[in-house]
Design a protein around this ligand. Structure first.
Ligand code: NDP
Length: 292
């Protein structure tokens, strides 16, 4: 159907979202602090709102995608009542705490608020590869708006805690940055001997990391069962010795080991604590801390 959608924030991501709504045939109203960023979208058929308040009034579904929560508050706080009766989907990256605070604030003002985390880069918005995580108390709003939201990517509802989508989003990014950090380390190591980074990546690193990714399922099962010593393919005491070789090889090749050192120290502690025959999964025990 042709549900009207508003997109507030037309950076790289917001513009991609608005483009996807337009492509799916939705009447799309757009607003951005720097108005010129709406030009290309207006050419494609978007309505330009003169103010954020006008944009909020234009559609029942209001998508917000700004830099951070400070900018969200800067834009939304002055709107007050203009959002009443609307459902705001805030896809701005932030912390669970920020999402929960904003949800409370929205409830006080009388509008539905659902927080979201976009698990995609702008280039794949609107394709099958993109998905967006949503959470918040407005389950009914989400079900109603799901066909619209699906224009940007698979719309997945994570739960009624408004902080949950953000927590999942940031957890996935933690996994991604672990991978990126590992990739940069690996490439620095081989480049120290003049190996071509692209060839190394496509022929060796990507296939290896892709094949090894499945190991995470085994770690997850061990963690869910609190049994770090079941179904082990490699004991931590063995991995610790091998890991030290990665650190030493990096250093002797003139590559810093600062990305590796924290992992080494966790493995060392875990083995020193007497869990050398467990799997790597047991390291999670050392990461547990009281909630702040
Ligand atoms: P950009 O830097 O391209 O755009 C930032 C947007 O925020 C612009 O519209 C900018 O307006 C606006 N903005 C910043 N400060 C203010 C303010 N004080 N008042 C009003 N508007 C403000 O970022 P992206 O579009 O790439 O990212 C937007 C969000 O999407 C971020 O939270 C990001 O983490 C998230 N995201 C981005 C991904 C990506 O790959 N790009 C992937 C997944 C999530 P102006 O044009 O006037 O400066």
């Amino acid at each position: 159907g042709n549900t009207a959608v508003t997109v507030i924030g037309l950076g790289e991501m917001g513009a991609a979202l608005a483009g996807a709504f337009l492509k799916a045939g939705h009447s799309t109203t757009v607003w951005n602090r720097t108005a010129s960023k709406a030009d290309a979208l207006v050419e494609q058929g978007a309505e330009r709102a003169a103010t954020a308040a006008e944009a909020a009034q234009a559609s029942p579904v209001v998508i917000v995608c700004l830099l951070d929560y400070d900018s969200v508050h800067e834009v939304l706080d002055p709107l007050g009542d203009a959002l009443k009766g609307r459902t705001v989907y805030n896809l701005t990256n932030g912390t669970p705490e920020q999402a929960r605070e904003t949800a409370k604030w929205a409830a006080d003002l009388g509008y539905d608020y659902i927080d979201g985390g976009i698990m995609a880069v702008p280039q794949i918005i609107g394709t099958d590869h993109a998905y967006v995580l949503y959470s918040g108390s407005g389950t009914e709003s989400f079900e109603r708006d799901k066909p619209v939201l699906s224009a940007v990517g698979d719309a997945r509802f994570a739960g009624t805690d408004p902080g949950l989508a953000s927590l999942l989003d940031l957890s996935l990014l933690a996994g991604m940055y672990g991978m990126l950090g590992g990739a940069v380390q690996a490439i620095a190591m081989v480049r120290s001997e003049g190996v071509n980074a692209q060839q190394f990546s496509t022929e060796l690193l990507i296939p290896y990391v892709t094949s090894i990714a499945g190991v995470v399922a085994n770690l997850a099962r061990q963690i869910d069962n609190d049994e770090y010593n079941v179904g082990i393919s490699a004991a931590l005491s063995m991995q610790q010795v091998g890991f030290r070789n990665i650190v030493e090889a990096s250093r002797s090749q003139g590559v810093s080991s600062e990305l590796l050192d924290p992992i080494q120290s966790l493995m060392d502690r875990r083995v020193a604590d007497g869990f050398g025959s467990d799997d790597f999964s047991g390291v999670i025990e050392l990461l547990k801390q009281n909630k702040k």
